[in-house]
Design a binder for this molecule. Sequence first.
Ligand code: FES
Ligand code: FES
Length: 154
Amino acid sequence: MKVECRVNGERRVADGVWEGESLLYLLRERLGLFGAKNACEQGECGSCSVYLDGMLVCACLVLAGQAEGREVVTVEGLGRADALHPVQQAFVEAGAVQCGFCTPGLVVATHDLLTRIPNPTEPQIREALAGNVCRCTGYAKIIDAVQLAADRLP
Ligand code: FES
Ligand code: FES
């Protein structure tokens, strides 16, 4: 089937989409957007977090066909390599990026948190990011990064 949606503000069309295909597969394998990572494919790790019509979702749990006519924003839509989003910059500066596999999902989830709660407490940060698994950092620097981003964002 054909799926047409807007991704990071651009109209994108994919042909030959399989009915059981995930939004994550569509983004990575058909549209060449490799920011959202493929780890568990079971909604357990958060590495594939994206926005679908402004709602934070695990792209591995959304069917590609469900994106038809809708707006998707991935980590690529938040900032560019030469103009990082303040959340991305904070992750770099706080040392919250080690292997980096979890980082795109954490950046999107943090963006969502700070949109809803501009100055979250540490328990609120931990709760909001509870669905994002990191195997490297021990999370302390991730919390630092979220607090740094919260301090900088208007
Ligand atoms: S790959 Fe989607 S939650 Fe882990
Ligand atoms: S930095 Fe490696 S999994 Fe988080």
